[in-house]
Design a protein around this ligand. Structure first.
Ligand code: NAG
Ligand code: NAG
Ligand code: NAG
Length: 378
């Protein structure tokens, strides 16, 4: 009797399986490759190359634990030294604020707990604009979190939500500089700040590492954000918006107006802007109007603090000084007067049925962050 070892039998079995179903194996390999590509490209199309990084942060869990201990200690000192009731926040104001912030977190957790199974299935990417301390490119669509690796601040950055103030502040607290200031040339400033500040995608750190960071998100009413995006990216200076006209607006206007040629100064109306949003799949949305929920993954990240532009002055002061023990607060910008009236003015140009569809596109943002749509549908 000829003895065959189990290994030989196995490899013989495999060999025959391979030859009989090589086509199947090719198919499986193909599916695996395609799935991986899709997974790592995240939500953003097209995906910039080479963004997948393996090290997921050079700091170890014990480094992070130590730093977060220091932060708690620093906060204690600051509270002792500076937070005697003063004219900014006395005890009665503080009580009101703490209740407000706890309420925001409670609401977000509640909505997320009802939605989580659906949200957990989202694809996300793991990316950073820095590997081994060296900068590399990562789009603002993908690397949405600003990091302070010393104070362990993790801040989901949303354009048009005090963006210049926040970047200026992060440069300052991380001791970094840019060649241009926001006053010199705001475009150059943003480009330089995006490189200088360490940025990651929301799921870059493991849950274990993430828990040592103080995680902050600032939002505003989703429709106010859209009006602000419209005013900036549609009505803004034409020579600075060629990206937006070439990629979005020219195509949209030709389609909606049924023309081949556009006047050189043609711009989408607000209603056309809304139609464009409704006709575009959310995964293709530009970072200026992609829902917060996609950009910042609140149901997976579990932010420690939810700030709102509507109460920015108090919220910045509270979170950076009272919560984090830093000695300064971002200088809140003049908000360009995107008032409720102005937002309403634009939305009155849009049929109610379209406003309702737009609301459903941003429904999670409305629900998680506690914003109302009723006034827009009356
Ligand atoms: C706290 O400050 C607010 C506004 O600055 C003021 O209206 C209020 O009376 C103060 N409360 C106390 C207890 O000092
Ligand atoms: C920034 O500089 C200050 C003062 O020189 C120093 O105390 C602080 O530790 C530095 N922070 C970082 C993140 O390097
Ligand atoms: C501002 O910076 C951008 C980007 O570097 C540059 O293209 C532009 O010419 C600058 N504008 C002025 C007024 O210097």
């Amino acid at each position: 009797m000829k003895l065959t070892s189990p290994n030989v039998q196995l490899s013989a079995a495999l060999k025959s399986a391979c030859s009989t179903s090589r086509a199947h194996l090719f198919l499986i390999a193909f599916i695996v490759v395609v799935t991986c590509c899709f997974y790592f490209s995240g939500n953003s199309l097209p995906s910039p190359t080479g963004l997948f990084v393996k090290d997921r942060g050079s700091q170890t869990v014990s480094d992070l634990r130590q730093l977060s201990g220091q932060r708690v200690e620093k906060k204690g000192n600051v509270l002792q030294q500076h937070w005697k009731p003063d004219n900014a926040f006395n005890d009665s104001i503080l009580q009101v604020l703490e209740k407000r912030y706890a309420e925001r977190l409670r609401r977000a957790e509640k909505v997320c707990s009802q939605q989580e199974p659906a949200l957990k299935n989202r694809f996300w990417s793991i990316a950073s604009n820095e590997v081994d301390g060296k900068p590399r490119a990562c789009s603002t669509r993908q690397c949405t979190i600003l990091l302070d690796k010393t104070n362990l601040i993790y801040y989901c950055f949303v354009q048009k939500v005090a963006s210049t103030a926040i970047k200026t502040y992060f440069l300052k607290i991380t001791n970094k500089t840019t060649a241009h200031s926001a006053h010199d040339n705001v475009t150059a400033f943003h480009i330089e700040a995006n490189d200088a500040i360490t940025r990651i995608s929301p799921m870059f750190y493991s849950r274990q590492k993430r828990q040592h960071f103080y995680k902050i998100i600032f939002v505003r009413h989703p429709f106010a954000r859209l009006v602000s995006a419209y005013e900036n990216k549609v009505l803004g200076p034409r020579d600075k918006l060629s990206f937006f006209f070439n990629n979005y607006w020219d195509k949209a206007m030709k389609k909606y107006r049924g023309v081949e040629q556009l006047d050189s100064d043609a711009r989408p109306t607000f209603e056309e802007f809304v139609r464009y949003l409704l006709d575009t799949p959310v995964y293709k949305y530009d970072s200026h109007w992609v829902p917060y929920t996609k950009r910042c993954q609140p149901c997976l990240v579990h932010y420690d603090f939810i700030g709102k532009l509507e109460t920015a002055e108090q919220d910045f002061h509270y979170v950076f000084q009272h919560e984090l023990g830093l000695t300064e607060t971002p200088a809140v910008e003049n908000r360009g007067a995107t008032t409720g009236d102005k937002v309403m003015f634009y939305f009155r140009q849009v049929p109610k049925s379209e406003i309702l569809r737009l609301y459903y596109t941003y429904k999670m943002d409305f629900d998680i962050f506690g914003y109302e749509v009723n006034d827009f549908l009356k």
